[in-house]
Design a protein around this ligand. Sequence first.
Ligand SMILES: CC(C)(COP(=O)(O)OP(=O)(O)OC[C@H]1O[C@@H](n2cnc3c(N)ncnc32)[C@H](O)[C@@H]1OP(=O)(O)O)[C@@H](O)C(=O)NCCC(=O)NCCS
Length: 187
Amino acid sequence: MIKQLRKLAGAALRRVQSVALYRVAGRRLLGYRVSIHEATDTDRLALHQWFNPKGDPATALHRNPRITDFVAYCYGHLAGFVQLVRYSPEQSPYRGYWLFSLAVKSPYKGAGIGEQLTGEVIAKARGEGQTKLDLLVYNNNVPAIQLYRKLGFAMHFIPELEPQLAAEGADSGRRRVVMRKLLNGPQ
Ligand SMILES: CC(C)(COP(=O)(O)OP(=O)(O)OC[C@H]1O[C@@H](n2cnc3c(N)ncnc32)[C@H](O)[C@@H]1OP(=O)(O)O)[C@@H](O)C(=O)NCCC(=O)NCCS
């Protein structure tokens, strides 16, 4: 019963969060309480609790110099996460800088946190002299695609990646697509 009520409440919340006016209000109410920074070890443990609560916390502290993790806090609570991943040319078909793992916790969605986290990744990639930033998104993920379009990403085709994405789509029934933002244009 409680599970069903939770499910209903979640669905209702998702519905209101899809209303643009709710997001305007959300930004007014919560936006100024949001802070974003690169993840510290304390943040990594909190992220581990969020994404992998049953896993070994020691793994949370492993760092990869090619990855920068950003966290968002709202009223002191961990509210969102995103990664900037730097691929070397040998890691084709993933080349250059990619945004991965953008996620905002349900109660905080619609308050501009996803947009701010994505903005951090864009700024970091630009600051490191990159001319493009890529990402993968499910082709039916309307909120994420709208967000990325708003920030200047457009659908993009990487021929070497297509067989992998097509096979994944055929297996799972969910197709991911690439979006790219060119970073040498206006900010
Ligand atoms: C996608 C996601 C990160 C958006 O984060 P968010 O903090 O709720 O988004 P924001 O409040 O920053 O909204 C920024 C823009 O995104 C778009 N957007 C956000 N939620 C939306 C929704 N429910 N419906 C349509 N567009 C939406 C809008 O363009 C919005 O700008 P606007 O308010 O001026 O119209 C969040 O919904 C999420 O965590 N989803 C689950 C994980 C996921 O899908 N990640 C993407 C992986 S590629």
